[in-house]
Design a protein. Structure first.
Length: 185
């Protein structure tokens, strides 16, 4: 059974910028820069039939390319931090694309995602990092800003069952090619 999810890839020049955030955090298992991405919808372990249905449903997405930027860093897990990440700057186009993925996955028969969508790029998974160590790491790197980059496609990734962090394989790529509607003046 493949473990699959949809995501926006991070271009190499932005991934290179993210590598400067590595280090300085005991207990961190850093994600390989080639595996950086912005998850749109985690689908999980599914059989081949459901994976095929997901891939077919994603073919119906018709959206225009859009600009993204990463800014600042954060963590998940509160008092027991489990990951540090780079934030994605607010983007209505990204939120709309993610919401469409959520609707499509429910049409395939998947349960709704239970968590609020927080667009991010995971930098490291944490094992034994204290909340104090994470707070120090975040305060030292909080001013991080990437250059803007254009999301011109999203992908359907698969991964082997593991603790996370890849390696990820692009199963299918879906170009963002729609022409934006003209705005009324």
């Amino acid at each position: 059974m493949p473990r699959i999810f949809t995501a926006i890839e991070i271009p190499a020049h932005v991934a290179q910028m993210l590598t400067f955030l590595r280090g300085g955090l005991p207990g961190a298992r850093w994600i390989d820069p080639g595996n950086y991405h912005i998850t749109l919808r985690f689908i999980g372990d599914v059989d081949a039939h459901v994976a095929h249905d997901v891939a077919s449903m994603l073919d119906t997405v018709n959206r225009a390319p859009f600009e993204l930027r990463l800014e600042g860093v954060g963590s998940f897990g509160g008092r027991k931090p489990r990951a540090v990440f780079a934030n994605v700057a607010p983007s209505q186009a990204l939120m709309d694309l993610q919401a469409e993925h959520e609707r499509l996955m429910q049409r395939v028969g998947l349960a709704p995602e239970g968590r609020k969508y927080t667009p991010h790029v995971t930098l490291a998974r944490l094992r034994a990092s204290s909340s104090g160590q994470v707070a120090e790491y975040l305060s030292e790197r909080g001013s991080f800003r990437s250059v803007s980059f254009r999301a011109e496609r999203f992908v359907l990734y698969s991964s082997r069952a593991s603790v996370g962090g890849g390696p990820y394989l692009v199963e299918e790529a879906y170009p963002l090619t729609a022409v934006p509607a003209r705005q009324a003046i």
